[in-house]
Design a protein around this ligand. Structure first.
Ligand SMILES: [Zn+2]
Length: 598
């Protein structure tokens, strides 16, 4: 481990994942673990560590890869060892329980591959679907033959017992007996890997149209159940093969099925991942699952094109995922696949058709707006449909200047007054927030969830503690620190600015900060110590960044309050006030947009 650490400088590792810039002796970046506009993520080469004062994420190269790629420690070790060119010595005797689970999945994968080579029928099927030999090998596509105990017998001969196989979902207990049988039978097998490439689950597609003994049809696709290795809310099919292209091209293509994914990769479009077998595609999946699934790709790139099937289920899933992606601050486009086809069909027919479909992808809000306008001709119904289908997407966006942009677009395209749309947006936003809080009291709508969920919790609890939130905490902490170090001019200058920005709320903000002065100073010291320059304390730059962040927060608060007032005025039927407040909302949004450009 020490050898790996010595060979991989932390700034080089993190720099290969995200854009970083030099700041004195350290580096800074926009944090990959929470949604932010100005950088509060710092990397210290001296300490070999990173720290984010926005969400408190911290650690070394190992924990970075774990957090970023959603892996356990062993998975991160595998990736880093490969990168450092260090050979990991594998001692089977020292293997823990988890290692044995990975081993049994690996053996099962190899077994299914072997069976495919032996079955002409299975090979024929794969070929007919358009998959060539090379792709088949890259994705390790295999075949689980008919029969109840093929895999189980094979794995037993390799020294594994039923308990291990059951744990990873390869076999099942026959109800009311102590007999086990193979879960996957007569299926083409697609192994699902974690981002380090270890097989953690399978998705099996039925080979022939057969009937169960009771006359029902078996499921077309059968996925591994959740297991100690596989949490379907944390995995995307193909991510291990797509991640470097996603980083290089700076966008992700999301498809539904594994066939779509495999065919897209075969067509050379390798920044594609699929949601199949994972929480994203399931109606019953909770939003936390989708957030973490999307979170995985968001860390690689904020841009995503969703290309789901054009049937109504596919469309619904795409819009649902879009809403969540928008609330994570992602830029979402929808590729419209026409004629009831799926991406796999397009690629098989003509690769160019698939490329063109991706090129024609539209921002999701525009996409849905165009759908509504095309489908609804009655003008009264149009407003209602826009409120039901388009405004919820806009409500998910964090940036109020982006919201303004889309409101103007609707006003323009649908010929509806902007004031009216703002008012409806307000109502929709509130409804969404309430629904989300009810469904999931611990996760706020636009809180980004880390694999281990710790960040979300930290955020929410600080919000509930009636917000001396983190930016404000650091800001006052640094002012206190400056005072302590005798930098009184700098401290009072910063205080003046804070007073001006916070206005009436300054007193109460200052008071709650002052009540926690000891903690705040300690945090600031341990954090800003990093930036101490050669001539003593060089805190001007971090202070300016904090002030900019603070101003943005204050403006956001003000926008929310104004929108609330707007709603009250509307209820009271005070039209003059409604117009005045709507204008104020827009003005504030513009100010915020200007601030963001700085
Ligand atoms: Zn962060």
């Amino acid at each position: 481990m020490e050898e790996i650490k010595a060979r991989i400088p932390i700034e080089e590792l993190i720099g290969s994942y995200i854009k970083i810039e030099k700041a004195g002796k350290s580096y800074k970046a926009r944090c990959p673990f929470h949604n932010e506009k100005s950088p509060s993520f710092f990397i210290s080469p001296d300490r070999g560590g990173y720290y984010c004062f926005g969400c408190n994420a911290k650690g070394d190269i190992f924990s970075f890869v774990e957090q970023f790629e959603g892996l356990d420690f062993r998975g991160a070790l595998k990736i880093l060892a490969e990168r450092a060119g260090v050979k990991l010595v594998h001692d089977e005797k020292a293997d823990g329980e988890r290692d044995r689970l990975y081993r049994v999945m690996e053996l099962a994968t190899a077994y299914f591959e072997e069976q495919l080579a032996r079955s002409a029928e299975a090979r024929e099927y794969v070929k007919n679907r358009g998959i060539n030999d090379e792709t088949r090998q890259i994705f390790r596509i295999g075949f689980a033959p008919d029969g109840w105990r093929n895999l189980m017998t094979h794995l037993k001969s390799k020294g594994f017992n039923e308990a291990v196989m059951e744990k990873v979902g390869l076999i099942k207990l026959k109800e009311g007996t102590s007999d086990y049988y193979d879960r996957f039978r007569g299926r083409i097998m697609f192994p699902i890997s974690d981002s380090s490439g270890r097989v953690i689950a399978f998705s099996g597609r039925i080979l022939k149209d057969v009937k169960n003994s009771d006359g029902s049809s078996p499921a077309k696709y059968l996925n591994s159940p959740d297991s100690p290795l596989f949490d379907k809310s944390l995995v995307l099919y193909g991510l291990d093969k797509a991640k470097s292209e996603i980083r290089r091209l700076n966008y992700t293509i999301f498809v539904e099925g594994q066939m779509d994914l495999v065919m897209s990769h075969q067509a050379g479009i390798k920044n594609t991942v699929a949601s199949s077998g994972t929480a994203l595609s399931e109606e019953t999946a909770n939003s936390v699952g989708i957030i973490s699934n999307l979170g995985l790709v968001r860390r690689l790139s904020p841009n995503v094109i969703i290309a789901f099937d054009s049937d109504s289920a596919g469309r619904k899933a795409a819009l649902r995922a879009s809403g969540i992606a928008l609330s994570l601050g992602m830029d979402v486009k929808i590729a419209d696949i026409v004629g009831g086809k799926d991406p796999a069909d397009l690629v098989k027919e003509d690769i160019e058709k698939w490329r063109q479909t991706l090129k024609d992808a539209k921002p999701v809000i525009e996409f849905e707006l165009d759908n509504v306008i095309r489908e609804i001709s009655d003008s009264r119904k149009l407003i209602k449909s826009i409120t039901d289908r388009v405004l919820p997407l806009i409500a998910r966006i964090d940036s109020s200047s982006d919201q303004s942009h889309f409101i103007s677009m609707i006003a323009d395209k649908a010929k509806i007054q902007a004031d009216l749309l703002w008012k409806d947006l307000n109502v929709v936003a509130k409804r969404i927030k309430e629904a989300e809080l009810n469904a999931n009291p611990n996760v706020a709508a636009n809180t980004f969830t880390s694999p281990k969920n710790t960040i979300a919790k930290a955020r929410t609890s600080s919000e509930m503690g009636k917000r001396v939130d983190l930016i404000e905490r650091r800001l006052f902490g640094l002012i206190f620190l400056m005072e302590k170090e005798g930098l009184n001019d700098q401290a009072s200058m910063a205080s003046e600015k804070v007073k001006k920005m916070a206005g009436d709320s300054y007193e109460s903000r200052f008071k709650s900060a002052n009540d926690n002065k000891g903690d705040l100073m300690f945090e600031a010291e341990s954090f800003f110590g990093i930036d101490a320059g050669p001539n003593g304390k060089n805190w001007e730059k971090p202070m300016n960044e904090l002030l900019a962040n603070f101003e943005e927060d204050i403006l956001s608060d003000e926008i929310i309050n104004t929108m609330h007032e707007l709603k009250l005025a509307e209820k009271a039927g005070n039209q003059d006030k409604v117009i005045e407040l709507a204008k104020k909302c827009q003005a504030l949004s513009i100010r915020k947009a200007i601030l963001n450009k700085k």
